[in-house]
Design a binder for this molecule. Structure first.
Ligand code: FES
Ligand code: FES
Length: 192
């Protein structure tokens, strides 16, 4: 485990020195400037080190498509894509996102039209209670971007981390299966 450098406590969070070390005391609370890419746009935000990425995305950057449910990594509602990996934004500190490429559900479509995966959810009625859907879609998007040949068993395995208590997974799995073709073309496979 890395030793704490008492002159630079942020060294624990940024052992490689990549972390922006500009911080300030504001109202008695320490805050830190961080920068990352959110849905293709470079964003800068000043946060308390204890703020989660999910709260940062919702409350500081106002992308409220990402939903917070259990807040301890169980439900999957808060899933965003961090450097190509589906990740629980309630378990990541915002400061850990320094320099990362992050995609939320808002980043999967443009203002004009839904993504093929989102269209497939609409077609197969995969959008159920709605609260969990952004996390389910980001999870499925990360999967199909990496594994466009994923079969039903693999899709069910990956989606098992996203808890649905309302209706079940049948429509969701059908939607993901039907969207796979779109990810087999290079245009739709989103880079990691
Ligand atoms: S809110 Fe993050 S997993 Fe439930
Ligand atoms: S999709 Fe939200 S509980 Fe089923």
């Amino acid at each position: 485990m890395q030793a704490l450098n008492t002159e630079d406590p942020w060294s624990v969070l940024s052992p490689g020195g990549l972390f922006a070390r500009r911080y300030q005391h504001a109202g008695g609370r320490m805050r830190l400037d961080i920068n990352f890419e959110l849905n293709g746009e470079n964003v800068s935000v000043n946060v308390e080190p204890r703020m989660t990425l999910g709260d940062c995305i919702r409350h500081e950057l106002h992308r409220t498509g990402t939903h917070i449910g259990c807040e301890h990594g169980v439900c999957g509602a808060c899933t965003v894509i961090v450097n190509g990996e589906a990740s629980r934004s309630c378990l990541i500190l915002a400061v850990q996102a320094q320099g990362a490429k992050i995609i939320t559900v808002e980043g999967l479509s443009n203002d004009e039209e839904l993504s093929p995966l989102q269209r497939s959810f609409r077609k197969h009625h995969g959008l159920q209670c709605g609260f969990c859907t952004p996390g389910i879609i980001t999870t499925a998007h990360a999967l199909l971007s990496r594994e466009p040949e994923a079969d039903e068993e693999r899709i069910r395995e990956v989606l098992s981390g996203n808890v649905c208590r309302c209706t079940g997974y049948l429509s969701i799995v059908r939607a993901v299966l039907d969207a796979r073709d779109a990810y087999r073309s290079t245009e739709q496979a989103v880079e990691s």
